[in-house]
Design a binder for this molecule. Structure first.
Ligand SMILES: [Mn+2]
Length: 334
């Protein structure tokens, strides 16, 4: 039995279509210049928003009702994989992405957590054999558990640094196992609230060391996915070290990492930094470091990260312009 049996496969039907389960503008096979829309856009489903997060906010409980909620632990994780690949098939989406704890529950120990991950990753790998959907990127969640309250690679606690390193090591192995095209580092709680108890230089040095260890390990195991930094200026910490593309670029150059990383630009993170989405895309592109895009939008009247679907046509058009300009193919087309 499927989770989305009542829904047909979503196909392009054009702007005249009244079918709510049809693409009105996105026609995957339609050529724009010398690429198809699908090749330009490379859509990816985010596992946490779509299958794992329950919609809770600081004021109240979750609001999302999933048909696998009655299950617990590994049973729920396995049901999510089944639902996810059914959804990918219905949407004909070429990519997906996930944090480690989106797909498998944490155990009481790191070993138990990794055993859970191994089992679920094995299941995902099996499903991928019969699916066109590939892994755009995976990442390690290093911000939800209380141990990360003061950061991961920039934590003041050496045990936390080691724990985070183990999670990234595992994440790189999973990326290799599933053929991930990128590996993402979002800062999470890599930042601070007050300088009175923060040794900023020491924390940044540790972050630089951490990334070098990740680069070295990727080389060691032959993982050739692109490393991406996803800048965000604040939330959850007041001052996040990867504030925007400019500060991220300065960090990478300071620590000799600029050859190993590109940027994953998120629209809502750009606006939280006081930039437009296209500014961040352009800054990354101008430096040859535009890697991937989290094409959401925020709400300027709220001022926090709302991760909404992009509906602002002006912003979306300018963002797409930057993406088209990035590709050499566009110049032939123009
Ligand atoms: Mn966000």
């Amino acid at each position: 039995m499927g989770y989305f049996e009542q829904f047909p496969q979503v196909k392009y039907e054009g702007i005249q279509s009244q079918n709510p389960y049809a693409f009105k503008y996105y026609n995957p096979g339609e050529r724009v210049g010398d690429k198809t829309m699908e090749e330009w856009l490379r859509f990816s489903v985010a596992y946490w928003h779509t299958f794992t997060a329950n919609g809770e906010d600081p004021f109240g409980a979750g609001t999302m009702v999933r048909s696998w909620d009655h299950l617990d632990g590994m049973d729920r994780a396995k049901a999510r994989v089944e639902a996810a690949f059914e959804f990918f098939e219905k949407m004909q989406v070429p990519y997906f992405c996930f944090h480690d704890i989106d797909v498998a529950p944490e155990g009481d120990t790191l070993k138990e957590t990794f055993d859970n991950l191994d089992e679920i990753v094995g299941m995902i790998k099996e499903y991928m054999k019969n699916s066109r959907t590939q892994l755009l990127w995976n990442t390690a969640n290093m911000f939800t558990h209380p141990r990360f309250t003061h950061g991961a690679a920039t934590s003041s606690n050496a045990d936390v640094f080691a724990f985070a390193a183990a999670k990234v090591k595992k994440g790189l192995e999973i990326g290799k196992e599933l053929g991930g095209q990128n590996y993402v580092f979002w800062g999470g709680r890599e930042g601070y609230e007050t300088l009175l108890n923060t040794d900023m230089k020491f924390e940044l040095d540790n972050l630089g060391r951490f990334f070098h260890m990740a680069v070295d390990y990727a080389k060691e195991i032959g993982f050739d996915g692109q490393f991406l930094i996803e800048p965000k200026p604040k939330e959850p910490t007041k001052h996040q070290y990867d504030f925007d593309v400019a500060s991220g670029l300065a960090f990478l150059r300071t620590y000799g990492l600029e050859d190993y990383f590109k940027f994953n630009i998120e629209a809502n993170h750009a606006t939280l930094a006081g930039h437009t989405f296209e500014h961040e895309l352009h800054y990354a592109r101008a430096n040859g470091l535009l890697g991937s895009v989290d094409a959401n939008q925020g709400d300027l009247l709220l001022g926090w990260d709302t991760d909404e679907f992009p509906t602002d046509l002006y912003s979306t058009t300018l963002a797409m312009y930057e993406i088209l300009k990035k590709r050499r193919a566009w110049y032939r087309w123009s």
